[in-house]
Design a protein. Structure first.
Length: 136
């Protein structure tokens, strides 16, 4: 038996992602009081465990959703991943919400340069070389 199975709890941990980066849809956001202060608890559709949302993840969700109102987060999809972060002077794995890079808008193709104007003194091929003039 693994200790994580005994003491696992209902909160997501980095090892729960098993190296993956799942896309999840937010189903509920609650406020909960902990010994070290209030935190947001985020539930996801089809998932049993919830995410204790720190300030970093909250800021990223605000950016992804475009709102700091947690009511607006319901039904929105975010991507989770595991990153090493510094905690108490050492690096530990932590769940982070991914701020997906938006592809820049495609730039229009450059317009081809206009050909230089013709100099009337230049010789044009086919003109005056024994071919009859073609009237326009």
């Amino acid at each position: 038996m693994k200790t994580g199975e005994v003491y696992g709890g209902n909160y997501l941990k980095a090892e729960d992602l098993k190296g993956g980066s799942p896309r999840v849809t937010i189903s509920n956001v609650e406020l909960k009081e902990f010994d070290d202060g209030k935190k947001l608890i985020i539930s996801f559709h089809g998932k049993d465990k919830t995410l204790v949302c720190n300030r970093t993840n909250s800021s990223i969700i605000e950016e992804v959703v475009g709102s700091d109102d947690t009511d607006d987060w319901i039904g929105k999809t975010v991507q989770l991943t595991v990153k090493k972060v510094e905690f108490s002077g050492r690096l530990v794995p932590a769940i982070r919400v991914v701020l997906e890079e938006r592809a820049p808008a495609p730039r229009p193709a450059p317009r081809p340069a206009a050909p230089p104007p013709l100099d009337p003194e230049d010789h044009l091929p086919g003109v005056g070389e024994g071919e009859p003039d073609i009237p326009f």
